[in-house]
Ligand binder design. Structure first.
Ligand code: GTP
Ligand code: MG
Length: 147
């Protein structure tokens, strides 16, 4: 079954949005397979955001992600990666549709609440980077009711 890496950023944690965000993923039909609260280290963030290292806002992102706790999670299900992106919405909350997490809770791109992997390959890379190999396999007992 496909896995995606989802991370509630420090602004999402400080605004006490954890339960509402988790509820949206559960209600959609994905399963939570692993989770971890951490204050991210700079070297992990530099690897995570390596595709943005030449951008002028790179340092701003790294510093804001180090400003507090994040909740790193692995969510599992059919098409988990694209489903996660749909639940989250566009990068800029101003462009994100109402009904998505960023569209409902965010205003600016620098405080867009949550991260979600954009491809299956990046999901696996990010799970390895943030969580490692200690992810339990999920058994779907209600698969016939979800798909
Ligand atoms: P993630 O799910 O967080 O990876 O977002 P994304 O895939 O929608 O966007 P991308 O990977 O291109 O950018 C990663 C993160 O960098 C975004 O979520 C923003 O937090 C931040 N970011 C992107 N563009 C800008 C920008 O123009 N200004 C600032 N301050 N931050 C940006
Ligand atoms: Mg991205």
């Amino acid at each position: 079954m496909e896995r995606t890496f989802i991370m509630i950023k420090p602004d999402g944690i400080k605004r006490r949005l954890i339960s509402r965000i988790i509820q949206r993923f559960e209600e959609k039909g994905l399963y939570l397979a692993a989770s971890k609260c951490v204050i991210p280290k700079r070297d992990v963030l530099e690897q995570h955001y390596s595709h943005l290292s030449s951008k002028p806002f790179f340092n701003e992102i790294v510093e804001s992600m180090m400003s507090g706790m994040v909740l790193a999670m692995v969510w599992v299900g059919k098409n988990a990666v694209s489903t996660g992106r749909k639940l989250i919405g566009e990068t800029d909350p101003q462009a994100a549709s109402i009904g998505t997490i960023r569209g409902d809770y965010g205003i600016t791109v620098g405080k867009n609440i949550i991260h979600g992997s954009d491809t299956v390959e990046n999901a696996e890379r990010e799970i390895k980077l943030w969580i490692g190999d200690d992810v339990q396999p999920v058994s779907f007992f209600d698969e016939a009711w979800i798909y």
